[in-house]
Ligand binder design. Structure first.
Ligand SMILES: [Zn+2]
Length: 404
């Protein structure tokens, strides 16, 4: 069976070392290269959609999380506070929202700035029991693709619709195939903040955004501060989890006393929309490793082009090709050790999308023969044309290895 933990080890994407701690994986260079490409893509997508990125620390004063309600409603999932002195206690944050509320509050806000979309790919921590931890799918240190969109109430419907559109775009580029949409609602036996009218209003807005789409209702799966739309994935073992999410929150703007100046000069409270397009980098990659069986689309493959000189006589031509590939922005490796057959097999084992074989005839003619990961072999072509082909597929973020 496909298991991202086994593939992660074989492809040297990440490692879990008991000395570092369970649920605290370490990303190795190949995994980090793939993640970096995905992070850059998501930031660019968000920037084009009007998001502004910030940085905030993964821990904060106890009072911040008392104010946000996390210590009152969510403490079981948090690491215990760390005490520096009697009046100085810190907690590892379980969510980024409190810091982003402070970004909104950093200065006076006007209706002209709304929706104000504050994004961050930031660290947060959950005190998961050690029994449920495994690989990247359940971790204690989480790197979340997160944003908080502060809107006027009348903007919420359109904003949620736009977020759902961005989610579809990101999932198509990454090769994510959602298993379904879910409307997560309040349920019995759990604690929630906010009054019934707020919950009813938020639920109605989310139902409107989902109109015409197939979705299931999940009572009891709401956040403690509001209902949400969850986009579900299923892993190779058949386990379902949430990847992307859109959540409505009337409560945190109250708790942090957030307001903006409206057109008529009056103060109004914004609505806070919590959203993640692709979830945490950990859960996303647990899924992507399995769904692609390690063979990522070329644009986020750890090594995009492996250059194999047939013999020592082609070392200079291979080095030159690699330099030109790197200059064009590609991740390139030259492999000159061992028989050509074993190097071709090794590149295939590592799921390198493009292999460039440089023989004596190709080197002399300034040409190169590309082999694709799926077994196709292209006729020798000029080096510039080969690089253009690969960079074109990468720039288009195509799932195919040949341009259309
Ligand atoms: Zn949030």
């Amino acid at each position: 069976m496909i298991d991202h933990r086994r593939l992660g080890r074989e492809l040297e994407l990440f490692v879990s070392d008991p000395l570092a701690g369970a649920g605290l994986p370490i990303w190795l260079p190949a995994g980090a290269a793939a993640r970096h490409a995905v992070e850059e893509y998501v930031r660019e997508l968000e920037r084009r959609a009007g998001y502004q990125h910030v940085y905030s620390p993964p821990l904060g004063k106890r009072e911040l999380f008392e104010r946000s309600g996390h210590l009152g409603y969510f403490a079981e999932d948090m690491f215990p506070p760390m005490r520096l002195s009697a009046d100085d206690e810190f907690v590892l944050r379980p969510a980024l929202c409190p810091h982003h509320a402070l970004v909104f509050a950093a200065r006076g806000r006007s209706y002209r700035e709304l929706p104000l979309r504050i994004a961050e790919l930031g660290g947060m921590y959950r005190a998961e029991r050690s029994g449920v931890l495994g690989g990247l799918s359940r971790v204690r240190a989480i790197s979340l693709n997160d944003a908080h969109n502060f809107c006027a109430l009348e903007q919420v419907g359109e904003e949620v619709g736009e977020i759902l559109r961005l989610i579809r775009e990101a999932h198509a580029a990454l090769g994510v195939r959602p298993a379904g949409f879910r409307l997560s609602l309040r349920g019995p036996g759990q604690r929630y903040v906010g009054d019934d009218a707020q919950w009813a209003r938020a639920e109605e807005l989310l139902r409107d955004a989902l109109a015409g789409m197939a979705y299931a209702e999940a009572p009891g799966d709401a956040a403690f501060y509001g209902p949400k739309i969850d986009i579900q994935i299923v892993d190779a073992a058949g386990r379902e989890s949430t990847l992307a999410t859109v959540q409505l929150d009337f409560d945190k703007p109250e708790r942090f006393d957030l307001s903006y100046t409206d057109r008529d000069g009056s103060r109004r409270r914004p609505v806070m929309v919590h959203r993640s397009l692709v979830g945490s980098m950990e859960r996303l990659f647990a899924y992507l490793i399995e769904v692609h069986e390690g063979a990522f689309p070329a644009w986020y493959a750890p090594v995009q082009l492996a250059v194999l000189p047939v013999g020592p006589g082609q070392a200079a031509a291979a080095a030159d090709l690699a330099r030109r590939g790197e200059a064009a922005g590609l991740r390139v490796e030259v492999d000159a050790d061992g028989s050509l057959g074993s190097r071709v097999r090794d590149a295939a084992r590592r799921r390198v999308p493009y292999v460039a074989v440089v023989g004596a005839r190709e080197a002399a003619g300034g040409r190169v023969a590309l082999r694709l990961r799926d077994g196709r072999e292209l006729d020798p072509m000029p080096v510039a044309a080969a690089l253009e082909l690969v960079t074109g597929v990468v720039a288009a973020r195509s799932a195919d290895l040949l341009p259309h």
